[in-house]
Design a protein around this ligand. Structure first.
Ligand code: NAP
Length: 529
């Protein structure tokens, strides 16, 4: 059967770009389809003020090319969105990727033709493509969630979503602004919007934990040291559950004397960033240990926020780290500003959006611009927007009606020759995305090479292997406190979405070992035909 390409890759973010590069290196013909007009994925769309990565730049970067590592200069501890986007563009240029990327083209359907063992792919531009493999690289947090609040279309001023920000930027100078949401995107953008706006009103449904970034320009001596020892740093990172090279204190928080515990929390707090959750090894395993960290952060809020009532509203009541921990620069301080108002909507949803603002708790609020920092239909949203149909014409959205099921978070029973980079059931969002992406891409590229060498046309997981994997993902989830709250990890932010803890929480080392065993045992759990 003749095909247009060996593989169609959906998305030109970090996953799609590296996938293209690896397949080319192995002599496969691949084409990437990208809805945006440029590369970068998340960093192409999320241009809201203050957007930056919460993993340190030197770690949130590709490691497949030593030359790339050496020639690229990160300038800040946590890179800004524009800097990461420049990096993505540099990679695209350096590896001459653009000639195989079709921009401004959205894949609308991918249907597996069982008689020919070929995927028939369609785009919104009318392309019809035949390919042996379809590889999704659409990102885990790429389908913006616009809440269905009554009257949203009635608002007369501009409405912005943090996940799909205007490329020309937005200047809020002199404007009054309403922001819905207090997740990572809001926590990064609120301090900057508050500096610009005449008045900012923040509508908070759930208070969130955040740790200071202590962002700073990178010292050239530090960068030189990192560059001299990149391989060792990457190797250490791969031994850590999150794929990030930071030291995990193996002690239990609750078994550590109070003064020493406080000292250790203070130390991590002063250092800043996500490593705070590695202050002790049991913060996400033991409720009492978690309470010690939560209480520490709560005490910090009271220290910073001057008005006790506002401090109380900003104080999270739930488990720290259950929802994704945020990393900020001056977030709580922002609520000391006279031009910022916090509205607690935890007990009653927003009633409706009006022409000039919104009504909540029987009160009308007016503003010129509305910012929706309301997150994403995470992990499955982007995948299920494409009409993906496997054997017997069965749609992935029907197959996953009760929640996503996959083998290794990479493949799905009934969908031969389909691979999902950082799909549900893989560590993805619980890890540094870059090494997780690279590990998936390498797995897929090596797999395609093996199939070619063996003269195999089709690879597909078997039911028992998928069920066992889904069982393992669920068992791991049940051990941690992370699966216990209403977060996007469990789909709780999208009304009607099945409640399933979607990522694999067993840690990157265990996950890599599982993938390696599968390969060593001749693609155990798959049928090769
Ligand atoms: P998010 O964490 O899902 O936050 C969405 C916010 O909107 C929450 O405060 C949510 O309240 C609120 N919300 C949603 N629907 C609402 C409604 N109908 N009424 C009132 N409030 C509503 O989304 P996000 O901030 O975009 O972040 C998503 C993820 O992207 C993060 O967890 C992180 O993994 C990633 N991210 C990373 C970075 C970084 O690297 N620094 C930056 C941004 C995002 P509830 O909590 O009550 O649902």
């Amino acid at each position: 059967m003749s095909t247009d390409f060996d593989a169609v890759i959906i998305g030109a973010g970090f996953g799609g770009m590296y996938m293209l590069h690896r397949l080319r290196q192995k002599g496969f013909a691949a084409r990437v389809f990208e809805a945006g007009s440029g590369v970068g994925g998340t960093w192409y769309w999320n241009r809201y003020p203050g957007a930056r990565c919460d993993v340190e730049s030197v770690q949130y970067s590709y490691q497949f090319s030593a030359e790339l590592e050496q020639e690229w200069e990160w300038t800040e501890r946590y890179a800004t969105q524009p800097e990461i986007l420049r990096y993505a563009n540099h990679v695209a240029d350096r590896f001459d990727l653009r000639r195989d990327i079709q921009f401004e083209t959205r894949i609308t359907a991918a249907v597996f033709d069982e008689t020919a063992n070929v995927w028939r792919v369609e785009t919104d531009k009318g392309d019809k493509i035949a390919a042996r493999f379809v590889i999704t690289a659409m990102g885990c947090l790429s389908s913006p969630n616009t809440p269905k609040i009554e009257g949203l279309a009635d608002f007369k001023g501009p409405t912005y979503h943090t996940g799909n920000w205007p490329h020309e930027g937005v200047d809020f100078t002199g404007k009054t602004v309403g922001v819905i949401g207090t997740g990572s995107s809001a926590i990064q953008s609120i301090p900057i919007m508050a500096e610009q706006a005449r008045h900012l009103t923040v509508f908070q449904r759930t208070a969130n934990y955040t740790v200071p970034a202590h962002n700073k320009p990178l010292d050239p001596a530090y960068v030189a040291k990192v560059k001299a020892h990149y391989p060792e740093m990457r190797k250490r990172a791969k031994t850590k559950p999150a794929g990030i090279d930071f030291v995990i204190n193996m002690a239990s928080a609750i078994e550590t004397p109070e003064a020493e515990r406080r000292r250790l929390f203070e130390e991590r707090w002063a250092y800043g960033g996500l490593g705070f959750m590695a202050s002790f090894s049991d913060l996400l395993l033991n409720d009492e240990s978690n309470q010690t960290a939560a209480d520490f952060v709560r005490s910090k809020i009271r220290e910073v926020v001057k008005d006790p009532k506002t401090a109380e509203i900003l104080t999270p009541k739930n488990i720290i780290g259950c929802k994704r921990l945020c990393v900020d620069t001056g977030y709580w301080e922002t609520f000391n500003r006279p031009n910022v108002t916090l509205v607690d909507i935890s007990d009653k949803p927003i009633e409706r959006i009006t022409a000039n603002g919104l009504s909540a708790k029987g009160q009308d609020y007016t503003f010129d611009c509305l910012v929706l920092a309301t997150g994403f239909d995470a992990m499955t949203g982007a995948l299920l927007k494409v009409d993906i149909r496997g054997r017997g014409g069965v749609a992935l959205k029907d197959k996953w009606r009760e929640g996503p099921k996959s083998y290794l978070g990479l493949t799905v029973v009934g969908f031969p020759n389909l691979f999902t980079i950082t799909g549900p059931g893989s560590p993805s969002v619980l890890t540094n995305m870059l090494p997780s992406i690279e590990q998936h891409v390498d797995f897929i590229a090596d797999c395609l090479e093996t199939l070619r060498a063996k003269g195999v046309n089709v690879i597909e997981p078997i039911d028992e292997a998928q069920e066992a994997w889904v069982g393992q993902v669920g068992d791991f989830a049940n051990i941690t406190l992370r699966s216990t709250c209403s977060s996007w990890y469990v789909g709780a932010n999208i009304p009607g979405k099945p409640r399933v803890f979607m990522p694999y929480i067993g840690g990157l080392p265990a996950y890599i070992a599982a993938c390696e065993t599968v390969v060593k045992n001749d693609y155990e759990g798959f049928v090769l035909a």
